[in-house]
Design a protein. Structure first.
Length: 209
């Protein structure tokens, strides 16, 4: 996966009637009909499909990601419990395919939150009132934000800085672009040494191999 350390660019507020959308589930992020592939490219077609598409199949021009100023947004600001519902990993894949590498919300569903870090998306938890403030700024004339993973800061258009917490393991994965397998392979020499010692100490475990 691609390493993420710092971002400067547009943030899109995921709102409904000027309020951040809460309880956005994974079926809303990417509906079930788009789960027929394990390929990650092209999944942005299904991202928020029911929000960005009208019943007649035309584009909903009122949906934030259909608006020209947010077409290349790298940050998404959302409401409580983002990513609830089923555990489909296609949800973070679709967001990445859209170009979203950071999501800011008051809370996330646990499985979705973990899937984000495993796929290189920085999921930032900030208080609800701060998220509301950031969404209001993102909806204004200047929607350029900075995200600094090293310093663990969100820097808003007005210059205000908001610190966020992240566990050391997730921070290392996202900042280095290393998934769980790559992290394990860092210790490949130690693993090989252990296996060689085990073969000598318990050779019967190798029978049949």
């Amino acid at each position: 996966m691609k390493a993420f350390t710092r971002f400067r660019g547009t943030a899109a507020p995921l709102t409904d009637q000027d309020k951040l959308m809460a309880n956005v589930d994974t079926d809303m992020i990417i509906p079930k009909q788009f789960l027929k592939t394990t390929e990650r490219d092209g999944l942005s077609e299904g991202l928020f499909y029911e929000l960005k598409t009208l019943p007649d199949g035309s584009r909903n021009l009122d949906f934030v990601l259909n608006k020209p100023q947010y077409a290349e947004a790298g940050v998404l600001i959302a409401g409580d419990n983002f990513g609830c519902g089923s555990s489909r990993e296609h949800a973070p894949w679709a967001l990445l395919d859209q170009g979203v590498t950071c999501i800011v919300a008051p809370s996330f569903a646990d499985i979705f939150f973990n899937n984000c870090s495993k796929n290189g998306i920085l999921a930032v938890v900030l208080p609800a009132d701060i998220c509301d403030q950031l969404a209001a700024q993102a909806g204004g004339s200047n929607s350029v934000f900075e995200v600094d993973l090293e310093q663990q800061l969100i820097i808003a258009p007005d210059g205000s800085q908001h610190h966020f917490d992240i566990d050391a393991g997730s921070k290392e994965k996202i900042s280095t672009g290393m998934d769980d397998i790559a992290m394990s392979l860092k210790d490949s020499a130690a693993i090989e040494t252990f296996e060689n010692k085990r073969k000598l100490a318990a050779p019967w475990l190798e029978w049949g191999q």
